[in-house]
Design a protein around this ligand. Structure first.
Ligand SMILES: Nc1nc2c(ncn2[C@@H]2O[C@H](COP(=O)(O)OP(=O)(O)O)[C@@H](O)[C@H]2O)c(=O)[nH]1
Ligand SMILES: [Mg+2]
Length: 433
């Protein structure tokens, strides 16, 4: 149990109908009661004036929650004010003057974790629910918050623990097992299961953060014009001068409730200009990181620049208002007239469908990179165990890898942790969460 009582504004800065302040910790009721003159009654919302230095600051709704059956596991109060930042910051200051401490990022959820209200994967899900930009991202984070990932991991952990203890008892008491056949076990179904889990991370990330669609190709083929046609206004500068776009331009559209980040890049060519060169380097890294790579070609040009060494997911042949040219597998569009832009959108939509279907079909999903890299490490350990076992290494070598995998799962759920790790995870959260 933490001794401090923490306070934070839980709603974003700016004007809103309601602004919320949260308080949590052992002295919550005492501290709040100094500003709220009506008696606090557990679980009863009361309508009361909030006073600062004997003057009414605002009339509020105050809801006290008695620990441990609360979000953090501690005594908590939530106070709803009118959503004016002046009111909220004065109230925050008053509560701090009365003995509360300003909460750090994610500290409410950190306390929930430390008080056993949720494990680390669930704590991460809380943040991703807030971050999610699409309904399927939201749904994925909700599955993790419900504990689906924790459950699956704990089952795998149990299975490994069973194998590991069978091995260890044989190492410790070899004489007991002298006349038995050697112990056999199969790690491959577990590995397969974990690899399946790993494959949920990219779709989940795309669904939470948005799907990155990069437009790339040679100079002047009409990449910026296509970006503008997709978003429906002149976001990027378009001119007949080759090399107009130098920096990365990113803008968003929504297709099917999914956020799509359209990324326009500098045209790829041998450039002498220092700025353009940097732009082209940036283009390559943006294209590499994109979920969907769209190669734009110019129908009025004879040469094809197919040799960019980047494998596109979609090929687009632009400026078909000027030419009858056809390229196999390419969508014919005209950024100028708008022809084919809807086809391009539905092609992008088709590709995003796979993402959503993958997520809908999975109960356990990895939603943050920490979870992904831990599961990857555990797969690595288990593969080494399989390898060691099949190459006839002594069983205690195999046991070490299995133990290491179990250790990874303990880090995943937070069964074991170090303070640095918690700081790293929760410092990315928003204040008041
Ligand atoms: N006729 C025609 N011109 C286009 C089309 N798309 C782009 N352009 C023109 O091609 C030139 C280069 O376009 P831009 O979008 O800047 O190309 P980028 O360098 O690939 O970004 C501009 O003069 C555009 O007006 C199109 O579909 N039809
Ligand atoms: Mg451009």
């Amino acid at each position: 149990m933490e001794n401090d009582t923490i306070v934070a504004i839980a709603t974003p800065p700016g004007k809103s109908a309601i602004g919320l302040i949260r308080v949590s910790g052992p002295h919550t009721f005492e501290i709040v009661q100094k500003c709220v003159k009506k008696p606090l009654k557990e679980k009863y919302a009361i309508h009361a004036d909030f006073e600062v230095n004997g003057k009414v600051l605002d009339d509020t709704i105050v809801i006290p929650y008695k620990g441990p059956k609360t979000y953090t596991g501690e005594d908590m109060v939530e106070i709803s004010f009118h959503g004016n930042w002046l009111i909220l910051s004065s109230a925050l200051k008053a509560l701090i003057d009365n003995g509360a401490r300003m909460a750090e990022n994610g500290e409410f959820t950190k306390r929930a974790f430390l008080n056993g209200k949720m494990d680390l994967t669930q704590a991460e899900a809380v943040e991703e629910i807030v971050n999610s930009t699409s309904s399927s991202g939201l749904e994925s984070a909700r599955k993790v918050l419900n504990g689906n990932l924790s459950k699956e991991i704990s089952q795998i952990r149990e299975a490994l623990l069973k194998i590991s203890s069978e091995i260890e008892v044989r190492i410790d008491y070899p004489e007991e097992f002298e006349n038995e056949e050697s112990y056999d076990f199969d790690l491959n179904p577990i590995i397969e299961n974990l690899e399946n889990l790993l494959s949920t991370y990219d779709p989940a990330k795309a669904a939470i953060e948005g799907i990155k669609v990069a437009l790339f190709g040679s100079v002047n083929v009409g990449k910026s014009s296509i970006l503008n046609a997709l978003v429906g206004f002149d976001r990027a500068i378009v001119t007949p001068i080759p090399g107009t776009t130098r920096d990365i331009i990113e803008t968003e559209i929504f297709i099917n409730n999914l956020k799509i980040k359209i990324i326009d890049t500098a045209g790829i060519r041998k450039a002498d200009d220092e700025i353009e060169k940097i732009g082209i380097e940036r283009a390559f890294s943006a294209i590499k990181n994109a979920d969907i790579k769209v190669h734009v070609l110019d129908a009025t040009r004879e040469e094809d620049d197919d040799d960019l060494a980047i494998e596109p997911d979609i090929k687009v042949l632009n400026k078909i208002d000027l030419s009858d040219k056809n390229i196999r597998g390419a969508i014919r569009v005209s950024a100028k007239t708008g022809y084919g832009i809807d086809t391009l959108k539905s092609e992008i939509e088709k590709m995003t469908k796979n993402t959503i279907e993958k997520l809908n079909a999975s109960q356990s999903i990895l939603i943050v990179h920490r979870q992904y890299s831990i599961v990857k490490n555990s797969v690595q350990e288990l593969k080494e165990a399989v390898e060691a076992k099949s190459s006839g290494y002594p069983i205690d070598v195999v046991a070490v890898n299995i133990r290491n995998a179990i250790t990874q799962f303990d880090l995943l759920t937070g069964r074991t942790y170090v303070d640095d790790l918690l700081d790293k995870i929760f410092s990315n959260f928003c204040v008041g969460k």
